[in-house]
Write a protein that binds this ligand. Structure first.
Ligand code: PRX
Length: 658
């Protein structure tokens, strides 16, 4: 969507900013990751990864590190077998850490619960027994649609323990989004909750599940955690978690699975309307999630209190709440609710009370807090913090500096981590004890990872140039395919330059070779760190009976990174109410119902025409100019050169909906 050339202009200004923040000598001295990691990985990349894999507990050792003979379908740690849940839970109990708190849960209403590794082992075992009692076998798919409560982690680990790939669907998504994901994965079971606490009130989850399950013949049972306790409808397939899981034995013997056994499917947006089920497997995924979590967060399991504010519905929740951290024996905070409940200092209050040392969040949150003012964090003692991480979208230098100054007290390394649902784990990031960071830059590839910035012809560019970000070497946590659609996997990621994985992001190398991410170059928007495809929102709009055609762009937004702006042509007979505010609101709500509230357009503009090329392709670049209030760029390829005038004229008449 964003053209690399347009972004270059913004970037050249950034380059005048030459502040650098090396780690303090004290931090560097105690860091898990030292400079020799880079040399080790350079000297023997596969040997380096084998070394990282050996930090896990393998039931059977692997015989080969990487089989790339069937590229781009990789096999990592060939012949090895292991159980992910055993690695995340049991082995810590066996090593004598059963009393260590794994999860410090805090509900939005203020309820608290500590879950030790022993508790977690008991609960995961009970849930694994429950899954087996319901006939779930290795390879069967389980859909999880849950709030941020400990049972969500337990459910994921129980699936991993019995080898049933989970498909976690973000609980903010609609019934239809859940239904289509259940159908695509052919899931047998849904694990959910009655509701969740959001912004001071109860938000029901069960009705969306009921609606999805009614239209999903593959679902045999629904397990429901009682979280909010409000009245919910009850059907034949429904079972309360506390009844059914609660009555199971706390003993369960984990079975080791092949390193390439599917661990989970996670749906993400692509350039077509159909969500992609990104497939991750066992040994390679866990190796890289664990290694990056330990090195990039510098985790000290005996003393750190870690908090990743993501939701388990996103990949960050998978890799950096569940798998990497627990494999590293973390103590972590899990918080159910929103940052403004009961007041806008809730996060700072949590950090102070729990003594959080490592914080991982997203630029959209940081920018929101900047807007809310320095007084809120400053009214709390945040001195426990020793490292701050960022993920999900480019972090602008101003937000980076604010994060460092106001939250980190100028005392914490800032770790800007670039990765994707598809990469499974971090790929580009500073090492906090090694890298001198620049505000706004993700700096460089982690040890063991190969990246390049290439031009259209796929030729690697040198320092000072911008182009497309590619990954040059297979990596352990890489996706193994798109569920049920291997051709789409090859076409999407490996066809533009067959020797490289194409991430869909633009990037620039500065004069020192530091990497600056420039956003998506395809038709995928990034709203508050969440990927939403323009096509998906367009399809949702066109499914409204009054809409003939829609074009959607991501326009830069001060808080959310990008905001969704929709240009809509109405069907004949619907033009009278086009300017009515409640009509626009109805369209926005329609999108929320079809996809989920995160996909609600920020603005909907009713237009008489859309700018198209002679071959009928919508020129979104021109619409983006309009959405970002710029003068419209080169329109010479338009089939009808007057159409942009028409759009501008129409805009003058249509109200904006901010
Ligand atoms: O455009 C990049 C952006 O988020 C995309 C991946 O989104 P998703 O699969 O939802 O995963 C998000 C969490 C890992 C990327 O293609 N992105 C992610 N991290 C960064 C980023 N852009 C710039 N800087 C980052 N640190």
């Amino acid at each position: 969507m964003t053209s690399v050339n347009e972004k270059d202009a913004t970037l050249s200004n950034l380059l005048h900013e030459d502040r650098k923040f090396p780690p303090s000598p004290e931090f560097a001295a105690q860091a898990n990751g030292k400079a020799d990691l880079y040399t080790q990985a350079q000297d023997d990349r596969l040997g380096f990864w084998a070394q990282q894999a050996k930090n896990l507990d393998w039931e059977t050792d692997f015989t080969e590190v990487l089989d790339w003979s069937n590229a781009p379908f990789a096999q990592w740690f060939v012949g090895g077998t292991l159980n992910v849940a055993y690695n995340c839970v049991d082995r810590h109990v066996e090593a004598g850490y059963g009393d260590q708190v794994a999860i410090r849960f805090e509900g939005e209403p203020g309820d608290q619960r500590n879950v030790t590794y022993q508790d977690l082992m008991n609960e995961v075992s009970q849930a694994a027994n429950a899954l087996e009692a319901l006939g779930i076998k290795a390879g069967d798919r389980v859909a999880i649609y849950m709030p941020m409560i400990p049972e969500a982690v337990v459910a994921m680990l129980a699936c991993a323990r019995v080898g049933a790939p989970h498909s976690v669907v973000f609980a903010g998504f609609s019934a239809e989004a859940l239904r289509s994901r259940i159908e695509d994965a052919d899931a047998k079971l849904v694990i959910t909750a009655d509701g969740q606490n959001r912004r001071g009130s109860v938000m029901s989850l069960k009705p969306a599940v009921d609606e999805a399950v009614a239209a999903s013949p593959s679902i045999e049972n629904v397990l429901v955690v009682k979280r909010t306790g409000h009245e919910v409808a009850w059907g034949d397939k429904d079972m309360w978690w506390h009844d059914f899981v609660g009555q199971q034995s706390t003993e369960h013997t984990p079975v080791a699975f092949d390193s390439e056994h599917p661990l989970f499917i996670l749906y993400t947006s692509g350039t077509t309307g159909k969500p992609k089920g990104i497939l991750h497997t066992t040994g390679g995924y866990l190796t890289q999630a664990t290694y990056t979590h330990k090195m990039v967060f510098d985790l000290k399991p005996d003393t750190d209190v870690y908090w990743c504010t993501a939701d388990i519905g996103w990949v960050t929740g998978h890799s950096y709440i569940v798998y990497g951290p627990l494999a590293n024996r973390v103590t972590q905070v899990i918080y159910e609710g929103t940052p403004d409940s009961p007041a806008k200092d809730r996060w700072w209050d949590i950090i102070e009370r729990h003594g959080v040392t490592l914080l991982y969040t997203a630029p959209t949150a940081i920018r929101t807090f900047m807007k809310w003012g320095d007084e809120l964090p400053q009214s709390h003692d945040l001195s426990s913090l020793r490292l701050l991480g960022s993920v999900g979208e480019p972090i602008n230098p101003e937000a980076w500096m604010w994060y460092r100054d106001v939250i980190g007290g100028n005392n914490c390394p800032i770790i800007d981590t670039w990765w994707q649902t598809e990469t499974g784990a971090m790929m580009i990031s500073p090492l906090p004890g090694v890298t001198a960071t620049k505000p706004g830059s993700a700096m460089g590839a982690l040890p063991g990872i190969g990246i390049a910035v290439v031009n259209d012809a796929g030729e690697p560019l040198g320092n000072g140039s911008g182009g497309f970000l590619v990954l040059t070497e297979p990596w352990p946590a890489m996706l193994r395919g798109i569920w049920g659609d291997n051709q789409r996997f090859v076409d999407t990621y490996w066809s533009r330059w067959p020797q490289y994985y194409f991430a869909g992001d633009g990037a620039k190398l500065d004069e020192d070779g530091a990497i600056w991410l420039l956003g998506r170059v395809d038709d995928v928007m990034n709203v508050s760190g969440h990927r939403i495809s323009t096509t998906e929102v367009e399809s949702a709009l066109v499914s409204h009976p009054s809409v003939a055609e829609a074009a959607v762009v991501g326009a830069s937004d001060e808080t959310t990174g990008q905001g969704i702006v929709a240009f809509v042509i109405l069907r004949g007979g619907h033009s009278e109410d086009a300017s009515a505010e409640d009509y626009i609101q109805e369209l926005r709500n329609h999108v929320a119902k079809e996809i989920g509230p995160i996909a609600k357009p920020r603005q909907i503009l009713i237009v008489p025409e859309l700018p198209k090329t002679r071959s009928g392709k919508i020129l979104r670049r021109l619409l983006q100019d309009v959405a970002e209030n710029r003068s419209v760029g080169d329109s010479t390829t338009l089939a009808d050169p007057t159409v942009m005038n028409l759009i501008s004229a129409g805009l003058a008449a249509a109200p904006s909906d901010d």
